[in-house]
Design a protein around this ligand. Structure first.
Ligand code: SF4
Ligand code: FES
Length: 244
């Protein structure tokens, strides 16, 4: 099988002829290449278990986690809905094309600089605020609230939604789907003292109101987080429609 990989900052693509099984994950494939063919190949990983988010890349134009996706799934995607992103090269016949995720600067090969993603994320203050008057007992949260919070706390900050969101490339200062989902998560949290003010952090033309509901964010998320739903609910709240 031919595996074509973007090298440097996308100046060229290298083809590797590999003898592997389709049950391997994309990350296994990258290890195979670095251990047997080319020690200079650069890629990122840490947990190898879909928890750290660092192995995000494009495989045959589809944004995904390398540690979680088998080659078989890429070669035979079946009927599952997929988001296909523009790319700088053709997929080799019957093979695999690997590229860094778009909308972030490339450092080398498959490694990107996450700074723009985290810069926007941190602007939305993604942590519980300190309460002035601490309660005597622990906060108790109902099951329904926990269930709703968990939809958004499952985010692993892999930036796949950022890379797949057209608005990120169109609107300067757009926080991106993951940051907005996180902001909504703190609005939902009854332990958060400044919930109302939270919503205003993104109440701008480049914030909540910039989303065009392409829904790519939800389709590519490996953890099932629905940023599009968070954005829709936040807008309803700001328009007062959730009080009706
Ligand atoms: S919302 Fe999903 S796709 Fe976006 S950063 Fe979080 S885990 Fe990744
Ligand atoms: S290596 Fe951590 S998510 Fe893939």
């Amino acid at each position: 099988m031919i595996v074509r990989i973007s090298r440097g900052r996308g100046e060229r693509y290298d083809d590797f002829d590999v003898n592997i099984t389709a049950e391997m994950t994309v990350l296994d494939l990258l290890f195979h290449i670095i251990e047997n063919i080319d020690q200079t190949l650069a890629f990122r990983y840490s947990c190898r278990g879909a928890v750290c988010g660092s192995c995000a890349l494009l495989a045959n134009h589809v944004p995904l986690l390398a540690c979680r996706t088998t080659l078989a799934k890429i070669l035979n995607p079946g009927g599952s809905p997929r988001v296909s992103l523009p790319s700088g090269a053709e997929i080799p016949a019957g093979g695999i094309l690997l590229e860094p995720i778009p909308r972030l600067p490339v450092i080398r090969d498959l490694v990107v600089d996450w700074e723009p993603f985290f810069e926007q994320y941190l602007k939305l203050e993604p942590a519980l605020k300190e309460e002035k008057n601490l309660p005597d007992k622990e906060h108790l949260i109902g099951k329904d609230e926990v269930r709703e919070l968990e939809r958004y706390t499952n985010c692993i900050l892999c930036a796949l939604c950022w890379s797949a969101c057209p608005v990120v490339g169109e609107v300067e200062g757009y926080p991106g789907p993951a940051a907005l989902a996180k902001l909504y998560r703190f609005f939902l949290d009854s332990r958060e003292p400044g919930r109302a003010e939270r919503m205003l952090l993104a109440d701008t033309d480049s914030g909540w109101w910039a989303c065009d509901f392409y829904t790519n964010c939800r389709k590519v998320c490996p953890r099932g987080v629905p940023p599009n739903i968070a954005i829709g609910k936040a807008r309803k709240h700001l328009k007062g429609e959730d009080q009706e």
